[in-house]
Design a protein around this ligand. Structure first.
Ligand code: SF4
Length: 435
């Protein structure tokens, strides 16, 4: 292994990818590599990719080209879901030197033996069979002192009709509660104030060794050392038990905020998507959360334009979501992915129709968000101050996932401050002031 040199990282995609980039970065820094920015002529560039949509693939290709503009002799390594799914396509991109799969990415330090760029032709491919991937490599994101993405689970056994993640990340697996607590303690020691439990299907935590997500969150709740908040990033409705909701309702550290993928409000479409619940179960989860935590933040993933989604099933989805007391939507437009069973469904929805439906649900999301935010106006909320995105304002979130902006000179970063929530800004946040 080459010791020493400079390395830059670029991460595309989900929270899990950010936690894994940090894990690889820590491995390389233990090997003497110094982390630099992409425009500081790094010796090595590591691009961690996503492959959820076509767009994700092209973003990766664009970033390879940008990296080479900044340093034509940089050794380019591509990891992540796109690398596991389409290694040849990436290796053929001019300038790519090494492509690593889901298992191999954590061995990167041992693969950096010769940083000389490949003369021409295909980059080197080290991508194993996804079926062989069994190891769970724990990790957490660092570099953003306030909020840390803690990897608690990886892979998925569900094989929903539109999804390539099981093909990119393998079967569901997780570490033990003890291992996960060790990672959490490490993140807390590095200053994390908020930990977001992250994975692919985190409700599956502990399935292989008889442990459970509920047991894990109970143990995390007991940790001290300066951790103030936990969030459960995204959890399948059929794995979100009433016990978990009850525990979060009682806990002072687990935030009253849930993100629950719905994907469709039509039971026929849910069945075609091979989802493991129907709309009645979804509604019962939302209603139970509202009973226990009336103002909790509830986020919903929804896909528009899935094959067979005729006007009436889309109307069902729209009306179903409109009837739910939820807080915001993440709206995705269906995108054909190789080797998914959805490709076998004939009734393809025109792209323009998909985009129109996406727009309608984004407007509905703004309405829901406004209703959610209005619950807190005129009241005092505890906000964990995170990052600034504009010269005078700095932002943070309340426990119920209300995004709040406050004058930068009145608060300190990475601290929890009581703020009076005053007015809603059309850009999707609330103006607050120190109380
Ligand atoms: S639950 Fe379905 S959508 Fe989610 S990662 Fe697994 S296969 Fe994909």
């Amino acid at each position: 292994m080459i010791s020493g040199g400079t390395v830059a990282f670029h991460t595309l995609g989900c929270k899990l990818n950010f936690s894994e980039t940090s894990t690889v970065a820590r491995q390389l820094s233990e090997g003497g590599f110094a982390r630099v920015n992409i425009d500081e002529s790094p010796d090595v560039v590591v691009i961690n990719t996503c492959s959820v949509t076509d767009n994700a693939d092209s973003k990766c290709r664009n970033f390879v080209r940008r990296s080479l503009k900044s340093n034509p002799i940089a050794y380019i390594v591509v990891i992540g879901c796109y690398a596991q799914l389409k290694p040849e396509e990436i290796a053929a991109i001019d300038g790519v030197d090494l492509v690593l799969g889901a298992n191999e990415k954590f061995n990167l330090p041992y693969m950096l033996v010769d940083l000389s760029k490949k003369a021409s032709g295909l980059g080197e491919i080290r991508v194993g069979e996804i079926k062989e991937v069994r190891d769970f490599i724990p990790g957490f994101s660092s570099g953003d002192r306030t909020r840390t993405f803690l990897k608690v689970q990886d892979g998925c056994d569900y094989f929903c009709a539109f999804c390539t993640i099981p093909l990119a990340r393998g079967r569901s697996r997780s570490g033990t509660i003890a291992q996960t607590l060790d990672s959490a303690r490490d993140a807390i020691k590095r200053g994390a104030k908020e930990i977001v439990l992250t994975g692919v299907n985190i409700g599956d935590f502990g399935k292989a060794n008889g442990e459970s997500l509920l047991e894990l969150i109970k143990e995390l709740d007991k940790l001290g050392g300066g951790i103030e908040r936990y969030r459960i990033s995204s959890i399948e409705p059929n794995l979100l038990s009433e016990d978990i909701i009850d525990f979060v309702a009682k806990s002072t550290k687990f935030m009253p905020h849930f993100h629950i993928p719905l994907q469709s409000g039509s039971d026929d479409i849910l069945s075609a998507m091979r989802r493991r619940y129907r709309s009645d179960l979804y509604r019962s989860r939302v209603d139970y959360i509202r009973k226990k935590m009336p103002h909790a933040g509830i986020g919903v993933d929804v896909i528009v334009g899935f094959p067979g989604e005729c006007d009436s099933s889309f109307k069902q989805t729209y009306d179903f979501i409109n009837s739910l007391n939820i807080s915001y939507l993440h709206v995705f437009t269906y995108s054909e992915r190789p080797n998914t069973t959805a490709l076998r469904i004939d009734d393809v929805i025109p792209v323009q129709t998909r985009q129109n439906r996406n727009k309608m649900l984004r407007i509905l999301s703004l309405k829901k968000q406004r209703e959610h935010y209005e619950n807190f106006l005129g009241g005092i909320s505890k906000v964990l101050i995170e990052s600034s995105e504009d010269e005078d304002l700095i932002f943070g979130y309340t426990p119920e996932y209300v995004r709040v902006a406050v004058n930068m000179n009145t608060v300190s970063r990475n601290t929890t401050t009581s703020l009076l929530l005053k007015t809603i800004n059309p850009n999707g946040f609330v103006h607050g002031s120190v109380n």
